[in-house]
Design a protein around this ligand. Structure first.
Ligand code: UDP
Length: 484
């Protein structure tokens, strides 16, 4: 005879675990926030202890909480771009046991008396956290925070090697097209490949294969979530769906959250300087160039000075996010005297609000995927200066596919900065960019509204989480409707 407990669906409890870097946390916190409004779900958002200390100041709904586990590095060790690989290895070798222990806690053993976890959403750049969950009978869904296009390129690494397009010599013509990545033949060049592909010298390169394997490991999950939409990347999404049939394109998530909750969610690890918005209030419409290179990119002194002089020479006003660690060796060279009227520097800005401000006319960006979709959703044309990783693919989308800005890739000269800023801020070409950007923003707004594609995929994700949760076996025997 079936017990009463067996008939009762267990409470759905989703654990969301981003890679411990600002861009990943932002995206996944937005997803977690949207899920907490879906009804019937409890959300635990897992950070490393290092980030937890900086994020736990946020308050959320009663069905939302933050948890933390150690990342395995000493407290005083920096966690900036230079330590990305070290942090990755530490998480892989030192944090999996803590993760397993956390999953095993539940009910009486949970610090808040919450029910056991019934579904995990893990950052796909750390697929090794899927295994302990699945071994305990907890279904795992993967979230990749990069663009569908970048993911597709990583997934095609073996095909590029087989076709003899990877690796290529250091002195090769970078404008040569790449032909072996389906759906990208029309625009992808060597120059646009992620840095790991550009840097490699041998087909057996360990890092190259690590990136490829991380990407294919999503096939071991119950589904793949992407912060994109059909409108932004339809041809590539259809390719990805041929490998991962259960793909949810729910982006841009910051816009989806706003559509669901009528407010935005900020997950800044640094405190935001809101005086940027007051300064913008005093500027004319579309008159300001917003400059930010995200949370990790570092500039050399030379690069910094090329941007600085390029901006000054353009004659336009600018608001620049000058993180304390942005420029190697500091920014003593900056002379602000006499510039107060037309320039403003902040250590960290409320970026989404800045981009939506009527005074912003252009965004100089490193083309991190969050920054790219935030700009697109706000209808702001971009000048892209991608440095590494997936940014090199994203900036090609901006410049050649969406045609909503210009791609400075591989060039960092003041004349180039000046001429690109002028092209996006002045004259007929600038009007065209603004028009395309405005149309994109409208379409993005449609995709996250009720009946939009992204909202449709989000609703499907919630339904699937609820039904997967009934079959999670950590707490109790799976519901009778579950496959045996
Ligand atoms: N960001 C912000 N304030 C700033 C600069 C950046 O809030 O002054 C946010 C931005 O809105 C985005 C994230 O930091 O959500 C950066 O993510 P992205 O993927 O663009 O780049 P990454 O930092 O991962 O290189």
């Amino acid at each position: 005879m079936e017990s009463a407990k067996e008939n009762q669906p267990q409470e759905a409890h989703v654990l969301v675990f981003p890679y411990p870097a600002q861009g990943h946390i932002n995206t996944m916190l937005r997803l977690a926030e949207a899920l907490s409004f879906a009804g019937g779900l409890r959300i635990s958002f897992l950070n490393t202890e290092h980030n937890h200390r900086r994020l736990s100041r946020f308050t959320f709904r009663p069905n939302f909480r933050f948890l933390s586990i150690p990342d395995g590095l000493p407290d005083d060790k920096p966690r900036s771009a230079q330590q990305v690989i070290e942090l990755f290895h530490s998480l892989r070798t030192r944090s999996v046991d803590s993760f397993r222990a956390l999953l095993l806690a539940g009910g009486n053993r949970d610090p808040d008396g919450w029910p056991p976890v019934t579904c995990v959403i893990v950052d796909g750049s750390m697929p090794f956290f899927m295994d302990p969950a699945q071994a305990l009978g907890i279904p795992a869904i993967v979230f990749r925070t990069i663009s569908a296009s970048s993911l597709w390129v990583y997934l095609q690494i073996s095909q590029m090697i087989e076709a003899g397009e990877l690796p290529f010599p250091a002195d090769a013509d970078l404008d040569e097209p790449i032909k072996s990545v389906p759906a990208m033949e029309g625009f992808l060049r060597r120059r646009d490949l992620p840095s790991i592909c550009r840097q490699t010298t041998k087909a057996e390169d360990e890092m190259l294969h690590l990136f490829a394997n991380i990407s294919t490991s999503a096939t071991r999950s119950k589904g793949l979530i992407l912060n994109t939409s059909n409108f932004l990347e339809a041809p590539i999404l259809s390719k990805i769906r041929s490998l991962f049939p259960t793909t949810y394109a729910v982006g841009p998530l910051h816009a989806l959250v706003e559509s669901i909750t009528s407010s935005s969610v900020s997950a800044s690890l640094l405190s935001e300087d809101r005086s940027a918005l007051i300064w913008l209030d005093a500027q004319p419409d579309h008159s300001v160039v917003y400059v930010s290179f995200g949370s990790l990119v570092q500039l050399t002194q030379e690069e910094f000075l090329e941007f600085w002089h390029g901006l000054l020479n353009s004659g336009h006003r600018f608001l620049w996010v000058m993180r304390p660690d942005l420029v190697a060796g500091g920014t003593e060279a900056v002379e602000m005297a006499g510039l107060e009227e037309r320039a403003r520097l902040v250590a960290w800005a409320p970026q989404e609000e800045v981009l939506r401000h009527r005074a912003v006319g252009c965004f100089i960006t490193h083309s991190g995927w969050n920054s790219t979709v935030e700009s697109a959703a706000a209808g702001v044309p971009m000048v892209c200066w991608p440095r590494a990783w997936d940014q090199l693919v994203n900036s090609r989308l901006v410049g050649e596919v969406w045609k909503v800005g210009l791609d400075m890739k591989d060039v960092c000269r003041r004349e180039m900065v000046e001429s690109m800023v002028r092209a996006v801020m002045e004259g007929k070409k600038a009007e065209e960019f603004r028009q395309v950007a405005a149309e994109m923003a409208v379409e993005i707004g449609r995709s996250v509204a009720e009946d939009g594609d992204s909202m449709f995929d989000f609703d499907r994700l919630v339904r699937d989480i609820l039904s997967l949760s009934m079959c999670a076996s950590i707490a109790q025997p799976p519901h009778r409707s579950c496959p045996k």
